[in-house]
Every structure is written in structure tokens, then in C-alpha cells.
Ligand binder design. Sequence first.
Ligand code: 6LW
Length: 515
Amino acid sequence: MKTFRNPVIRGVSPDPSICRVGNDFFLATSSFDFWPGIPIHHSTDLVHWELIGHAVTRPDQVRPNGDPDGPFNLFAPTLRHHEGTFFVACTNASPRDPALGVTGGVVGNFIVHTEDPTGEWSPAAWVDQEAFDPSLAFEDATCYYTRRTLDLRDPERGLGPIVQGEVDPLTGRILRALQPITPGHGGFCSNDIEGPHLYKLNGLYYLFSAEGGTEKGHMQTVARSTSPYGPFDPAPHNPVLTHRHLVVNPIQCTGHADLVEAPDGRWWAVFLATRSGRVQGPNLLGRETWLAPVEWCEGWPVIGSAGTVSFEMAAPALKQARTSLRSKGNPWLDGWSTRGFPLADIEIQRVGQATEMRLPSLPGTLDGPDRVPAVLLRQLEQEASFHATVATWPRRGVRAGITAYAGREHHYELFVEWAAHGPIAAVRRRVADLEQTDFLALHDGPVSLEVTCDGLDYRFEVMVAGDRICVGTGAARLLDANLAPGFGSVRLGVFVTGVRSDLVRFTDVGGVNVG
Ligand code: 6LW
């Protein structure tokens, strides 16, 4: 039996949403406050995925006033294809902003569209400003708009039902007011229901939702009705996917799923899960994208083995794509990202297998809420490494280095700079409100920096004149996704900060198990 290995997209890639166009599958995931936003992957066999574009790349897609300095935090996209056009419904869940006249706790739910998912997507069509997890379902000329709500929550009974209305997906205009479609204040198996997707199959409407929160209690439930607005009957075997009861299983947090039918008539679910369980080591990789087969039994979906999944599962009988849809010459499709919109003068160039970069310095540190010239790759395995050579020594007042970054208040840095007595390398650890730095005296001149993670520690080393010297280490568990706020995971990359303006050149930038 041919098998495949989960996760099918490694490294932080939660809330997957999938659609099929002919033999091609497209998949979108959350990207939070990292740019480019909402990665779009392509596959023909559901197992091998290639990053082909991003749905959100411009300020006019995340802020109603197009402000490039305004915060963004992009949650749980839904990707759908209808009559030649791709749509992504998504949320900018960054904090409220009085300057925009935003009344809720989020900037808003919006829809972008394109005919070419490898190219530019439209400006945002804003729908509303409440809660998150918006989803679209097309039926003839109707576009259902389904999401969670927090407005109707009851402090004692639950976080609120799923609500649904109808929209014009091109303008965002609500054509039918949203109404609750699940009973009471929660879901079918918990008092926290979210991430809804509606499908019409064989004349019935299926409501497929995540429940129990996105952590260890995560699960997926299904309910069906003859009307898109319910009442919905829950499946007798709900939850249809969960590992909440499998305490020692390394696979945890399974849920937030989306369904797709392959060209051969078989059904599959993509969903998020983590690879470190309650008893395993730190979770450095965040919530990743997984795949499992779906069988239909008396008109109900059964995911994996009665709602549980494994690392190795029977593979889809589909062929891997022979040609790439990825356009050449866009370095961001190698997986690089910045926190917030990038500065215009960041240059990334592929030189053979290696990458070269030129980064401008910017005042501030990696701890700040502002944009920082850090260019990062997601960590894809517990064991990973990243290296860069500082080819031009930074000017006084400027730091150039590499980082293991899980958030503003959870990261380690190895950098070089001029101290009062001469050039130094330093390892700085920032964990919550603690900060600790180790120093090493150096000579100026090109210096190679390397960080290696073995799952337990991040080890920071410099290579000077043929010698490898360890400058310091940092405990991996302090960068755990559960500690760093914001649905974290670790990214490895280069950065330049400082009070003076400078342009630092890095050569030989890259690593193992990063991307
Ligand atoms: C996602 C939501 C969730 O929107 O996590 O807690 C959010 N649950 O479904 C971000 O991934």
C-alpha cells in the first residue's frame, strides 16, 4: 500500500482551507502578523504542496485606510473557487483602532479575489467587524457567509453560535442579515464552536466546524440539514475528528478541518494538528497542515480511523504535479517572511544554492511592536539549523545578526556590533520580562553566524578564521508555541537594528529544515 507522511505542510501553517479546480488543489493557511500574508499552496496529489503565491501582500488588503504601519493579524482564511474566480475570506484580528472608527475587537472580516492565484489579489472588500473565521459557500447566484460570533456569547453557557447570512463576495455587501444557525450558545460537543464551513452534498447542507478551542481540546464536528439555515442535526458519531482523549499520542490539537472531493471521487480532509503532545518536548513548530482520508457512512463523513489520524496513512491515488505553477524570480516564494510589511529596500537574491541579502538598519529592537528588518524562515522540524555570513561589518550603533524568533518577547539573537572596546559577538535572550546577554570579543571582518536546534536547545556559534566558537545557548522550551502569545512557532532568520542608518550585506544565508 502506498502511504504518505503527515504533516503535509510542515512548520506553522494552521487553519488550512482547500478547494479543487479540475485536477488542481489549492490551499490557504493563516499567517498572523507575518508578511506576505495568507500563503497559497498548490498540489495535484494532496501530499506534495508548493507555495505559489500569497493572497495578501498590500496595505489596501488589511487596513481600510491602507496604512502600511497599521498592525495586522490574519486569521483562518477560507479559500473557494467559483466560476473562474478564487475567493479568500479572512479576518484582520489586530487590535481595535479608534482612528479607523472600528467598533469591535477586530479591524474586520474581508474578502479578496483573483482569477490567478499566483498573481496579485484584489483590494479587500470589507464585510463586517465582528469575531473571525469567515467562510464562503456558493450555490448558484447565492454566496453564503458563515462565521463564528462573539456578540451573542453568554458568560456561563458558551462563546456563541455560528451565524450565517449572504454576501456579494466582490463588494462585501451583506445581502441577507446574519442569523444564528446553531442552537444555544455553543456547538454540538462543546460551548466553543468556530471555523465553520458549509457544503451542499446530495441535496443536504453540511455544517462542518471546529470545537473545543484550538489547543488540546480541539475537535471537528458535523451537522446536516435540508436548509442552509438549519435546524442542523449533529452526526451521531461527533466529534468526527479529535485526539483530545489520546493523552500520550504525540499528535494533538487535531481540528479546524476543510473537506475536498478528489477527481477520483474520494474525499479528503485537511486540518491542523501539532506534533508535540502533552508528554513530548517543546512545540517549536506550531500548528501544521495535515491530511486524512474521509469515508462516507450513511451520509456522514468519517475522518481517518474513526476520527483519529497517524503520521503515516494510505496515500491518495493521485499523481504528483510534474510542472510548477510558481513564478520565477520572487524570493518570497522560498518562504521568507517579515513581521509587518517589509521595508522597500530589503534585497533578497538567490546565488546558486545560497541566498544573499541586503538589509537596511532600523531603530528599535526585535522586542518592539514596530516593523523590524528581520527576514525569517519557519522552523520545519525540531532539529533545524540556520546560518548567515555578515559580509559587511555594521557601522557603530548597528547590530547585524541571526535570530530564533517566536515573538516580540520570546526570542534569542546572535549578533555582531562595535562595543566601546572593539568588535564583539553577543547572544541575547529575551524571554517574557527577562533579558540576558553573553559577549565574545572578535576582530572585525566577515564572520559566519550559525544557530542549531536539537529540540532542547538553540546553540549559537560564530565561525572566525576557521574556528567555531559557541557564544551561548537558549532553552528551546522557552520559545514553546504555548508560551509565546499569538499562535506562535519559531522562525529563524537574519536581522539588522540600530540607531544609525546602514545597509548590511549577508551572504551564504540558509539552513536545514527551515522554509
Ligand atoms: C482561528 C480560530 C482559532 O481563527 O485559532 O482558537 C484562530 N481558534 O479558529 C487562529 O488560528
